[in-house]
Design a protein around this ligand. Sequence first.
Ligand SMILES: Cc1cc2nc3c(=O)[nH]c(=O)nc-3n(C[C@H](O)[C@H](O)[C@H](O)COP(=O)(O)OP(=O)(O)OC[C@H]3O[C@@H](n4cnc5c(N)ncnc54)[C@H](O)[C@@H]3O)c2cc1C
Length: 127
Amino acid sequence: MIVIGAGVAGIYQIKRFVKLGADAFVLEAEDDLGGTWFRNRYPGCRFDSESYTYGYSFSQEILDTWHWKELFSSQPENLRYLNHVADLFGLHEHMRFGVRIASMTWTKQHAHGRSPPRTARPSAPGS
Ligand SMILES: Cc1cc2nc3c(=O)[nH]c(=O)nc-3n(C[C@H](O)[C@H](O)[C@H](O)COP(=O)(O)OP(=O)(O)OC[C@H]3O[C@@H](n4cnc5c(N)ncnc54)[C@H](O)[C@@H]3O)c2cc1C
C-alpha cells in the first residue's frame, strides 16, 4: 500500500495501515513530514481553529501525552505535534522523503502486486 503525502491526512492513513499489518509506506515530496505545517513557516503562522479541535482524536495515548500550549497553536508547535504522533507510533520508518509521485498507472495485472510507482525528485523552485 502506498500513501501519497505525509501531512495530517497521510500520517493518519499510514497509522491505520500499520495497525492493520499492511506492508505500507508514505511517499512524500518534501524533506520531512508535516505537509502544510512543514511548508508554511512565515511569522505568525498558526491555527485558525482552537488547538484542541485540530488534534487527532483516534488515540487516547495521543490525548494523554500531548497538551497544547496555546489556544490557537503556532506552526512550530503544530509541526512538533505531528512529529510527536509519528514518534509515538513508530511511523517514521514507514516514510520516504524527497520523492514526488509523477504518475501512477493501475493495471489489472498488478492490482494485487507491488509494482512501484514512477517517481521524480522534486524540482528546484523556479526550475
Ligand atoms: C496557515 C494555515 C492555517 C490553517 N489552520 C487550520 C485550522 O486551524 N484548522 C483546520 O482544520 N485546518 C487548517 N488549515 C488547513 C490545513 O492545510 C489542513 O488542516 C491540513 O494540514 C491538511 O492536511 P493534508 O494532509 O490533507 O494536506 P497537506 O498538509 O497539504 O499535505 C499533503 C502532503 O502531500 C505531499 N504531496 C502532494 N502531492 C504529492 C506527490 N505527487 N508526491 C509526493 N508527495 C506529494 C505534499 O508535499 C504534502 O506534504 C490551515 C492551513 C494553513 C496554510
